[in-house]
Design a protein around this ligand. Structure first.
Ligand code: RIB
Length: 313
């Protein structure tokens, strides 16, 4: 039985791979809608990029919505230095024809959750958390409708990537992250501590490039572009591949490992704003609000990516 999901995303090359995986797996995901966020690049690009991806996958049945154009109480920080000026640099996808939905993404989240039974929808999040937080503020009653939030976000042992102490998806909107972390909704966090163990080596990218379909060639081009920044920064054999951890965890949780701990986000200090403080050794009595993932089988991860992308046109 496929899981009902709302995807919240700011594509970005790695989010694009995750979205394509979800679109390729209807046996796992009943995608109620894609809500685009401002993050890697501005909202006018993320919403267009999401529409390009549903067309590439032949899934124009999936509605795309635009959410909030900026974080709750900060100026938008973007990452063109990683993703390029369009967010899908490294690909040559045509301008989308499928229209953007008129309804605001936050209103879509609220309306959809209110129409469904308690615990029936999973939030598939790989972007700043602004839109989910705004929905929870506007309509607190929707929290019980969400069975689980599975998010690529945060860091602890691997420290920050956009600042010395903060991971990008949290840093863009720390207040939104704080609202979500305190919501009481069951959640799984896939942080840099696990994505940094999932490297896109040349062999893995070459396998995707040679899948024989346009989606494989597009994914290989996207990742070859976006990996440049991390290869230069970390000097590893491959770049970490963040976004696809969300669909991979939802399809094959057994290839991941973690523990139930408290995660709290810094929202005051300018020095450590957006830092996710993980009580990994359970020193405090803070509520253990997050299943925090630190381990994964990288071969199984890339095998799954190749299998799903290989299904597409
Ligand atoms: O911190 C890594 C995540 O933030 C990645 O998904 C990257 O695309 C950025 O959005």
């Amino acid at each position: 039985m496929p899981r009902k999901v709302i995807i919240i995303t700011d594509p970005g090359q790695d989010q694009a791979v995750a979205i394509l995986m979800a679109l390729a797996a209807p046996e796992h995901f009943e995608i109620l809608g894609i809500v685009t966020s401002a993050g890697n690049i501005s909202l006018d690009f993320t919403q267009k990029n999401a529409r390009k991806l549903i067309e590439l996958a032949g899934r124009t049945d999936v509605p795309v919505f635009a959410g909030c154009p900026r974080p709750i109480h900060r100026k938008l920080v973007t990452a063109e230095h990683v993703h390029g000026p369009t967010g899908l640099d490294g690909s040559d996808l045509p301008e989308p024809i499928v229209p953007l939905q008129e309804e605001h993404g936050v209103d879509f989240i609220i309306r959809t959750l209110r129409q469904l039974p308690a615990g029936s929808v999973t939030i598939f999040s790989e972007s700043p958390l602004t839109n989910l937080a705004m929905a929870l503020i506007k309509a607190p009653d929707i929290a019980e409708k969400i069975s689980e939030i599975v998010m690529m976000a945060g860091a602890y042992f691997e420290v920050g990537n956009i600042t010395p102490s903060a991971e990008f998806n949290i840093y863009v909107d720390p207040k939104a992250a704080d609202i979500v972390l305190r919501s009481g909704i069951p959640m799984v966090m896939l942080p840099l501590d696990v994505t940094h163990k999932l490297l896109s080596t040349p062999e893995r990218l070459d396998r995707i490039a040679k899948l024989g379909n346009r989606a494989g060639r597009t994914v290989a081009g996207l990742l070859s572009f976006s990996e440049g920044f991390d290869l230069n920064k970390y000097g590893w054999e491959g770049a970490p591949l963040h976004g696809p951890t969300v669909p991979a965890y939802m399809i094959r949780p057994e290839i991941f490992g973690g523990r139930q701990v408290n995660v709290t986000v810094e929202i005051g200090s300018e020095l450590t704003l957006g830092m996710t403080v993980v009580d990994y050794w359970q020193i405090t009595d803070r509520v253990r609000n997050v299943f925090y993932v630190t381990e994964a089988d990288s071969d199984a991860y890339y095998q799954l990516i190749a299998e799903l992308i290989g299904r597409l046109p």
